[in-house]
Design a protein around this ligand. Structure first.
Ligand code: RM4
Ligand code: MN
Ligand code: MN
Length: 424
C-alpha cells in the first residue's frame, strides 16, 4: 500500500488552521524556533526490520495481521512510515532474518521509497537450521575455536551483504555470557571475544564503523561478556578508531544514569549510536518516551551539548535507530509514536538555554540549573515537530492519517490476517 501525496495534502489542509495557531504561540515563546525546526527536519531515525511485526515474549506472540511477509514488504512498511513523518528515511536489517536475494533490486526498491540502509546487524544469539555448530554456550567467547570461527565468518558475511546495500556500519550485539558461577573464566572469555572481534574488525571497509552494543543481562543471567558501557569501551578502545560503543536504552541495570554514560562516551569520542526504546523493568523494548520521557529528554540534553562541544553533525555523526518490539500494539502505529517521542525530546533539548545553564552551573546555582532544564522539558514543542514534518512533505498528524486511511485494514486485505514477519 502507498499513500498518495494528495491525501497527505488534504489532511494537512484540514489541520492547518489549528496548527498555525499553536505554531505561532510556540515560536513567540522560544528564541530559536526556526533553527530547531530545521534540525528536526534533518534528523532521521532508522527503523529496524524486526520491529515491523508484533514482537513476542517467551509466553506467546499475537500477530495483529497484515504483517510484512518478505523483505520487500518490510521496505514498503518503512516507506509508509517515512511518507507519513518524513523522519524514518532508513531501514536496518538483521541477518539472517532478512537476507536480500537480489541486493540491487532491494536497493532500488528502497530508493523508490526514499530509504537508505542503516547499520546491518548480525545474529548469533539463535541457531539457524543449516548451521553446523551451536551457539548455545556462546559464540565470540566460546572455548571451542571452531564455534568462534563460525561466528566470525557469519559477521564477515553480514558485512558483505551490507556493502552490497550501501550500509556503512555493523552492529554487534553479543548474547555471550554465563548463567551460573564457575561456568566461565571471565578473563579467557574476554580474551576470546576480543580476538574474535579483531578478526571481524579487520574485515570492515575503511568507511565503515563497528558498533559494539552492551547489555547487562538476558539471555544470560549471571554474567554478560559485554555487560556494560565500561566493558564495551574497553573492547572498542583496543579495536581501533572505527569501533564505537552503542547505547541501547533498555540494556542498563535499573536506575542507571544513562545521560551521564552518554556524556562521557561522547567526551571520549567513542559513542557510535543509539537504540531507542523505553522500559520499566529490563529490556522491555517499549515505545520510546512512553515510560520515562524526562530521562529521554535528559539524554538528548547531553547529546546536544556534547555533540555541539565536539562540532558534530547531529543528523549524521551518530547512528540513530529504534530498537523496540512488543506484543500489544499495531507495530506501525507504535513506530510512529516512538519517532514522535524521540523528536519531541530532541526539540526540547535544542530549546535549552545553554548559556544560562552554564552560568548557573558556574555559579553553583542548583535551583536555577534545574529550572532551566525543567522549563525546556515542560514546553509543549509538538507544533515545532509538526511544522518540521509539514515542511518536509509529511503529515501534520501521522497517526490520525494512518487511521483515517485505514492503513492496517488495507495491509490485512493485501497480505492476510495470519501473516507473521521474521524477527523476534
Ligand atoms: C537485543 C539487542 C539487539 C537486537 C536484538 C534483537 O536485545 O537489543 O540490538 O538486535 O535484541
Ligand atoms: Mn538493541
Ligand atoms: Mn535489546
Amino acid at each position: 500500500m502507498q499513500l498518495e501525496k494528495y491525501k497527505i495534502q488534504q489532511h494537512n489542509d484540514d489541520l492547518l488552521k489549528g496548527h498555525e495557531r499553536r505554531l505561532s504561540y510556540i515560536t513567540s515563546e522560544i528564541q530559536n524556533a526556526e533553527a530547531i525546526i530545521q534540525k528536526v527536519v534533518d534528523f532521521q531515525i532508522a527503523i529496524p526490520s524486526w520491529a515491523l511485526g508484533t514482537g513476542g515474549t517467551r509466553f506467546g506472540r499475537f500477530s495483529g495481521g497484515g504483517e510484512p511477509r518478505t523483505l520487500e514488504e518490510k521496505i514498503e512498511d518503512v516507506g509508509l512510515l517515512h511518507s507519513l513523518n518524513q523522519s524514518s528515511g532508513a531501514i536496518s536489517l538483521h541477518i539472517p532474518w532478512d537476507i536480500p536475494q537480489d541486493a540491487k533490486a532491494i536497493k532500488a526498491l528502497a530508493a523508490q521509497h526514499g530509504l537508505k540502509f542503516d547499520a546491518v546487524n548480525s545474529n548469533t544469539f539463535q541457531d539457524q537450521p543449516d548451521q553446523a555448530l551451536t551457539y548455545k554456550l556462546g559464540w565470540l567467547q566460546n572455548v571451542n575455536k571452531a564455534i568462534r570461527k563460525q561466528a566470525i565468518e557469519h559477521n564477515i558475511e553480514v558485512i558483505k551483504q551490507g556493502i552490497e546495500l550501501g550500509s556503512e556500519s555493523l552492529t554487534v550485539w553479543l548474547s555471550d555470557g554465563s548463567c551460573f558461577p564457575g561456568q566461565l573464566n571471565f578473563r579467557k572469555a574476554y580474551q576470546n571475544t576480543l580476538e574474535s572481534l579483531q578478526e571481524i574488525y579487520a574485515a570492515l571497509p575503511d568507511n565503515w564503523k563497528l558498533f559494539l552494543e552492551y547489555k547487562a543481562f538476558e539471555p544470560n543471567f549471571y554474567s554478560t561478556t559485554v555487560g556494560d558501557w565500561g566493558q564495551s569501551y574497553s573492547y572498542v578502545q583496543k579495536l581501533g578508531n572505527k569501533a564505537y560503543t552503542l547505547v541501547d536504552l533498555g540494556h542498563h541495570l535499573p536506575n542507571a544514569n544513562i545521560e551521564q554514560i552518554v556524556a562521557l562516551l561522547l567526551m571520549e569520542g567513542k559513542l557510535g549510536g543509539f537504540h531507542f526504546n523505553d522500559s520499566k523493568y529490563g529490556d522491555d523494548d517499549l515505545t520510546a518516551g512512553s515510560i520515562k520521557p524526562y530521562q529521554l529528554f535528559l539524554i538528548f540534553n547531553e547529546l546536544v551539548e556534547g555533540m555541539d562541544a565536539r562540532g558534530m553533525n547531529h543528523a549524521t555523526d551518530l547512528g540513530w535507530m529504534i530498537d523496540a518490539s512488543h506484543n500489544v500494539k499495531d507495530p506501525l502505529e507504535d513506530l510512529l509514536q516512538s519517532v514522535e517521542g524521540i523528536m519531541m525530546s530532541y526539540a526540547q533539548a535544542l530549546s535549552v538555554d545553554r548559556k544560562a545553564l552554564e552560568e548557573a552551573q558556574n555559579n553553583n546555582d542548583v535551583v536555577r540549573a534545574q529550572e532551566i532544564l525543567q522549563n525546556a522539558f515542560r514546553t509543549d514543542v509538538r507544533a515545532l515537530v509538526a511544522e518540521a514534518r509539514l515542511r518536509a512533505g509529511g503529515a501534520l498528524n501521522p497517526l490520525e492519517l494512518y487511521r483515517s486511511q485505514k492503513v492496517r485494514e488495507n495491509l490485512i486485505a493485501e497480505r492476510g490476517l495470519k501473516t507473521v514477519a521474521t524477527g523476534l
